[in-house]
Design a protein around this ligand. Structure first.
Ligand SMILES: Cc1ncc(COP(=O)(O)O)c(C=O)c1O
Length: 337
């Protein structure tokens, strides 16, 4: 099967499994796992933050960041497509008692002007604007990315208005591969960052939250109360370290493969439109002759897995387990449809 459903479907490579097998471990709840400590130090240093915390998932790092930055009656500003708004079950309310202001932004990207116009005036009947969340790359918006020039004015505004700024960096290395910005430049602009290891980087589990020491100390307690304290987690952290050392430089291959898919789809008579492809996500709309479910089923019969986003909208995601040869095969299949 060629699985283009998500970049979360990758299996650890033999070399990654070997690194996991050989990991030195301890009890991380006692901060005693040397491999977890090494991963946390590595990610914190990469982004120029004081400290970091290894967590089971991207959802958990986002939710911990929200809880650490806000208190009940506070409000979060984000784009309406954000993962924290769409796919985290209203965790901002459930865990943190916070409200959310999901905004309609061009290409799903916030700007300083949009944020400025969304800050609540002081009034007893309004929540307190407290946290801005940016997603880079944007999942629902087709893998598009922010550059540092786009983020800088938002970061300056947040500082001036005493708002915290969190980055959902589930695919931050895909973004940096295209923008050419560095992790350090990214770290300078955010109070906290979620760095997923289990998307484009190909680790089986895990996300790291970075920030200042005080924030991460708070995050450690929140992770525990959420049930996210792990014991010999070094086996998983070893996969993360391996992914950071070996799988960042190849991300552009995934982006090239996604561009090839988009070019093949553009030749298909039943494809109505394709969102511009920026990184490893291809989102396209089918015309009335082919419903998404039918298209998904037909491709499945040919050994290709993709997902229908909406009745006529389909998504394909390229990743570590999809080779150039597989992409050629998918393009050939599309041509013969
Ligand atoms: C942008 C974004 N943020 C966060 C997450 C959540 O990650 P996880 O599935 O590890 O909870 C995802 C998952 O796909 C995502 O795409």
């Amino acid at each position: 099967m060629i699985n283009l459903i998500s970049d979360t479907v990758t299996r650890p490579t033999p070399a990654m499994l070997n690194a996991m097998y050989r990991a030195e471990v301890g009890d991380d709840v006692f901060r005693d796992d040397p491999t977890v400590n090494r991963l946390q130090k590595k990610v914190a240093e990469m982004f120029g933050h004081e400290d970091a915390l290894f967590c089971p998932s991207g959802t958990m790092t986002n939710q911990i960041a929200i809880k650490a930055h806000t208190q009940p009656l506070d409000e979060i500003i984000c784009d309406e497509n954000s993962h924290i708004f769409q796919y985290e079950l209203g965790g901002y309310g459930f865990h943190s008692g916070a409200a959310i202001l999901p905004l309609k932004c061009e290409n799903g990207k916030l700007t300083a002007d949009i944020v400025k116009n969304s800050i609540r005036p002081p009034a007893d009947w309004l929540p307190n604007s407290r946290l801005v969340v940016i997603e880079n790359t944007g999942n629902r918006t087709g893998g598009n990315f922010y550059t540092k020039e786009e983020i800088q004015p938002i970061a300056e505004l947040c500082k001036a208005e005493k708002l915290k700024l969190h980055l959902d960096g589930a695919r931050i290395f895909n973004a940096l591969a295209e923008s050419g910005d560095t992790p350090k430049e990214t770290g300078e602009r955010f109070d906290s960052i979620s760095v997923c290891l289990s998307k484009g980087l190909g680790a089986p589990v895990g996300s790291v939250l970075t920030g200042c020491s005080e924030l991460i100390q708070k995050a450690r307690k929140i992770r525990k109360v959420m049930g996210g304290g792990m014991r010999q987690a070094g086996y998983l952290a070893a996969a993360g370290i391996f992914a950071l050392d070996n799988h960042i430089s190849r991300l552009k291959e995934d982006h090239k493969n996604a561009a090839q898919l988009a070019a093949a789809l553009a030749e298909c008579s039943f494809v109505k439109s394709i969102k511009p492809v920026f990184t490893n996500i291809v989102i396209f709309e089918l015309d009335n002759s082919m419903a998404g479910d039918l298209f998904v089923q037909k491709l499945k019969e040919k050994g290709i897995l993709v997902s229908a986003f909406a009745p006529y909208t389909v998504r394909m995601v390229t990743h570590l387990d999809v080779s150039k040869e597989m992409i050629d095969q998918v393009c050939h299949t599309l041509k013969r449809f």
